[in-house]
Design a protein around this ligand. Sequence first.
Ligand SMILES: Nc1ncnc2c1ncn2[C@@H]1O[C@H](COP(=O)(O)OP(=O)(O)OP(=O)(O)O)[C@@H](O)[C@H]1O
Length: 413
Amino acid sequence: MEDHRRPSSPTKQYTPSQRNDSDGPYRLLFCSSKGDKAGVMEELMKGVNTNLADYDKRTALHLASCEGCTEIVVLLLERGADVNSMDRWGRTPLSDARSFGHQEICKILEAHGGIDPMGLDFQSPCCLIDSNEVDMTEGTLIGEGAYGEVYLVKWRGTEVAAKTIRSSIASNKIVKDNFLKELALWQKLRHPNIVQFLGVLNHPDRLIFLTEYLRNGSLYDILQKKGRLDPLTAVAYALDIARGMNYLHEHKPHAIIHRDLTPRNVLQSEAGRLKVTDFGLSKIAQGKDVGYKMTGGTGSYRYMAPEVYRRESYGKSVDVFSFALIVHEMFQGGPSNRGEDPEKLADKRAYEDLRPHLPSIVYPEPVKKLLRDCWHKNPDRRPTFAEIIGQLEIIQENLQRKAITACCKCAIL
Ligand SMILES: Nc1ncnc2c1ncn2[C@@H]1O[C@H](COP(=O)(O)OP(=O)(O)OP(=O)(O)O)[C@@H](O)[C@H]1O
């Protein structure tokens, strides 16, 4: 594994770009998650906004509700906390209190007008597959990622991928519940450029889920094998990824942000189609420990948008930034600054506006423009995937026209 990961890992050394989660105004969130009433009071007295939220739009009330800190919940509500503030996934504090079984807090929140818009989601858990239907001992190991190993197995006569989640992650009830929630969301998604989720194995002590099997492996493997792709192939692949990502970003009622879009999370079918996988899971794998944790470092450094690295608030356009770096790699045949430490690279991108080179001999002018827009330092200036698709279709048409003209000239000569 190349590039992992996460500025907020507890074992990693402190770098100047990082903040301590228990420092500054974010101390309100930290103390709320720990049930530290004195700390919360202190922060509120300092004038810290009761509705201060982290990158995932999670407020102190979300954290206290999810951790079962009743006293803090009461205190925050008294101090004007918004009972129905929604986090990035559309969860309110009541959604959190319900999913972690804090009945008393649920009652308090309901009495204050709390609602749970996610209620419906929780009533449709993941499709469960009897573990007897899959013989894991017969599986072939095909890869390993941050969460665990991936096996090729047979299910109902079909080859499928079985993703096993490490027990260090799955044994934590909160993390496991969050994982299952993300999987419940994934099971509703259907798109030709999104890896199809099939279900969760009903296993007493292991967390294993099945997805369709993509025979050609990841885009990372393809680039390792083939190196630079010809422009028409690169653009066709870029379109596949953009279409999958656009489907996620236009998901209703809430956009799904991938946050860890990398060549390893793009797989290829036998028919040559690229499909995006593993959205939403990176955040959960990161939060292995219980309690409040800044999630700014989610995702692989090499593809990380500057605002994520700087631990600022972020939105859908972080995926557009990662997408641009992936497209750049497809034209170039591998990552830029290959030898450089990925974390240092992310630092330079975040603080020195460093971006990969775009030599004209490799990158057609419209591709250069598109990439520059997509990795723009101002997230609001980056195009949406819908706009990217429009531009790529024009680029594709022009490249096809040129290829046909060149072919005709050859035939005449
Ligand atoms: N559905 C699948 N079909 C075929 N191969 C797969 C499938 N899912 C994963 N793989 C293979 O297994 C490898 C590990 O996958 P996994 O998603 O666990 O980790 P990763 O994406 O490489 O890294 P990370 O977990 O950090 O995102 C992939 O690189 C890919 O080669």
